[in-house]
Design a protein around this ligand. Structure first.
Ligand code: SF4
Ligand code: SF4
Ligand code: SF4
Length: 203
C-alpha cells in the first residue's frame, strides 16, 4: 500500500462517515483524497467541526493516534407520514438506506440507521420531512462501530447501484446488438431481392 493510500485511510478514519456532502465533496472518502492529493482545506467537514480539523492537522504532522470525536445528541430525520405522497425521492437521496417505502406508499425512517446527514430534508417535494432530536439522546461517535456500520451501509448502497447500472448497460448493449442483427438481416434480404429482380430483367 502506498504512503498516500495509508494517509487517505487515516484521514478517512478521522471523519464522521455521515456522507453528507457538506464538505462539498461526494462523500467522506472523496474529501480525504482531496486533502491528501489536492491540499484541500482541513476545515471543510462541518459536522466534525474544529475537533476534526485539529485531528486532520495532527495526522498530517504524523501526530497519532486518532482520538474519539462525537456529535452530542445528534438529530435524525422524521417524516410526517400523513403528508407523504410516496414520491421515493428521499430513498434515492439517503446515503445509508435509512428510508423504506414504495412508489405512492407512505415512507418511514429506520431510526437506528439514520445518521442525521440531513440530505433528504431539502429534497422532499411536499416538505414533510424534518430533523428531530433522537428520542434516546444518542451521540454520534467516531471512529468506532457506529461510524463503521454507517460506512458499510453506504458502501453496500453504492455496490447495489453499480450493479443496477451495469445490468442496464448490458441490457442496452444487447438491445443494440439485436437491432444491428435485425438491420443486417433486412439488408441481406433486400440485397438478395434486388439481385433477383436484376436476374429476372435478363431472363
Ligand atoms: S461527514 Fe464530513 S467529510 Fe464526510 S461527507 Fe460530511 S462533511 Fe464531508
Ligand atoms: S434518513 Fe435522511 S437524514 Fe437520515 S441518513 Fe437518510 S438522508 Fe440522512
Ligand atoms: S421525499 Fe417526502 S413525499 Fe417523497 S417519499 Fe420521501 S417523505 Fe414522502
Amino acid at each position: 500500500m502506498s504512503d498516500n493510500t495509508l494517509l487517505v485511510e487515516k484521514i478517512l478514519t478521522a471523519l464522521p462517515q455521515l456522507q453528507c456532502k457538506k464538505c462539498t465533496y461526494e462523500d467522506c472518502l472523496s474529501y480525504a483524497q482531496a486533502v491528501v492529493s489536492d491540499d484541500e482545506d482541513l476545515n471543510k467537514c462541518e459536522p466534525g467541526g474544529t475537533h476534526t480539523e485539529n485531528q486532520l492537522k495532527n495526522i498530517l504532522k504524523n501526530n497519532d493516534p486518532i482520538k474519539e470525536n462525537k456529535i452530542k445528541n445528534y438529530q435524525i430525520a422524521e417524516i410526517r407520514v400523513e403528508e407523504c405522497i410516496g414520491c421515493t425521492i428521499c430513498i434515492k437521496v439517503c446515503p445509508v438506506d435509512a428510508i423504506i417505502g414504495a412508489r405512492h406508499q407512505k415512507h418511514y425512517i429506520l431510526n437506528d440507521q439514520c445518521n442525521g446527514c440531513e440530505l433528504c430534508i431539502s429534497q422532499c417535494p411536499v416538505d414533510c420531512m424534518e430533523m428531530q432530536q433522537y428520542e434516546d439522546n444518542k451521540d454520534w461517535v467516531w471512529p468506532g462501530m457506529q461510524a463503521d456500520t454507517s460506512k458499510v451501509y453506504y458502501d453496500n448502497k453504492n455496490i447495489r447501484l453499480n450493479k443496477i447500472k451495469e445490468a442496464k448497460k448490458i441490457a442496452r448493449e444487447s438491445t443494440n446488438k439485436s437491432h444491428q442483427i435485425k438491420t443486417y438481416i433486412q439488408d441481406v434480404i433486400s440485397r438478395e431481392k434486388s439481385k433477383n429482380n436484376k436476374i429476372k430483367e435478363y431472363e
